[in-house]
Write a protein that binds this ligand. Structure first.
Ligand code: 5GP
Ligand code: ZN
Length: 113
């Protein structure tokens, strides 16, 4: 339910969180439990539970372009970064409002764990 959704509350600033990026469609903020020196979550303002529910190609594309822009402003564009969209149980999705993780500032192994 969008009413109960943590990230909807953050997007509406019902829970005060500092945005590192915002546009009419998207907001981005630092992960509360960072897994890298830079770990930012990029979300649509609109409630969509996961990538599997997404139908708006422009919105999904803009999340990625926002990640590239934020990577530049965070100073990790040249050194490198990873964007991840965990989807459902096997991928470890815990918040069911679609979000893109932007991670950088350290070397990352491949394949992911
Ligand atoms: P997921 O596991 O669904 O891919 O990612 C959810 C992310 O949201 C996790 O990395 C977790 O640390 C982050 N998170 C959960 N609750 C909060 C919160 O209240 N504030 C912020 N900034 N991040 C949160
Ligand atoms: Zn939501």
């Amino acid at each position: 339910m969008a009413d109960e959704c943590l990230f909807c509350k953050i997007a509406k600033q019902e829970i005060p969180v500092k945005f590192v990026y915002e546009s009419p469609e998207i907001v981005a903020f630092r992960d509360i439990n960072p897994q890298a020196p830079t770990h930012i979550l990029i979300i649509p303002r609109q409630h969509v539970p996961s990538l599997s529910h997404a139908t708006d190609a422009a919105m999904v594309g803009r999340l990625s372009l926002a990640a590239a822009e934020i990577a530049k402003s965070e100073g990790i564009a040249e050194s490198g970064y990873r964007v991840v969209m965990n989807t459902n149980k096997d991928a470890g999705q815990t918040v069911f409002h679609v979000h893109l993780h932007l991670l950088g500032g350290r070397h990352m192994a491949w394949p992911p764990g």
